[in-house]
Ligand binder design. Sequence first.
Ligand SMILES: NC(=O)c1ccc[n+]([C@@H]2O[C@H](COP(=O)([O-])OP(=O)(O)OC[C@H]3O[C@@H](n4cnc5c(N)ncnc54)[C@H](O)[C@@H]3O)[C@@H](O)[C@H]2O)c1
Length: 258
Amino acid sequence: MLSLKDKVCVVTGAARSIGLAIAEEYSKNGAKVAMIDINPEVTSQAERLAREGYNVKGYLLDITDQKAVFACFEDIVATFGEVFALVNNAGIVDQRPFEEVTPEQIDKIMRVNVHGTIYCSQAALKSMKSLKNGRIINFSSKSGKTGSALMAPYSAAKGAIIALTHAMAFEYASNNIKINCICPGITDATGVWSAVSEGYTTNLHLSREEVIKKFTSKIPLGRLTDIQDLVEFVYFLTVSGDYCTGQAFNITGGREVH
Ligand SMILES: NC(=O)c1ccc[n+]([C@@H]2O[C@H](COP(=O)([O-])OP(=O)(O)OC[C@H]3O[C@@H](n4cnc5c(N)ncnc54)[C@H](O)[C@@H]3O)[C@@H](O)[C@H]2O)c1
């Protein structure tokens, strides 16, 4: 296993939920961590971690702005050094009946999930090529493998991330850069699940308890995904998994098997 001591790790969507937990895990393992988010809370979370003695910095950034992304990564390299790992966790979801999907909604979903992942990866790859080493972990979803009703644009965006991961992995394998993605199932205590479950209560006319029961009943291991399940897997792909690239790993309690 690699040591993360003083390695530079960048996490997008790090103001809360899964991204914040990954940033904390990297920090606790000695990495220098750049936390990116469009939500200003990223700064206070980074300051909190810095007060606890970790080497972190928060960056207020909209990952859909390519110029701003490149400038941000220049600052990260100047502050911490070349980037070893990038976790493209930032993502958004929206839920509505397929025929009510608007051009604006499609654009927004694609721009944050797909364009944002591409821009941050382009910026980080410069560093990783110079290190001749690196890890990129993209966030797809179970919906990227088997699309979800009422979430067509999101499913399309997450499917695109799987194909993007394959293409990038092939292109950068010779630079010793390992590029994989993870496909989480419904993850409790997160912004995405909160938006999705609210959508289901509106669109399927179910109470929140009924929504949880309905979706949990489809999971062979009998529970929703925990943030910690994802943190552990992302950490494994960062410090180990040296012979793994171009894969899309299901973290779904057995719900998705392909
Ligand atoms: N929660 C789930 O059930 C679930 C399931 C499968 C996949 N995922 C994926 O996991 C990832 C994290 O999800 P989460 O539930 O922790 O979401 P979340 O909403 O709790 O956190 C996502 C973060 O991304 C940030 N973000 C959004 N747009 C941004 C932008 N343009 N620039 C920078 N930051 C931006 C948000 O401000 C937020 O802090 C997402 O990619 C999501 O699609 C989540």
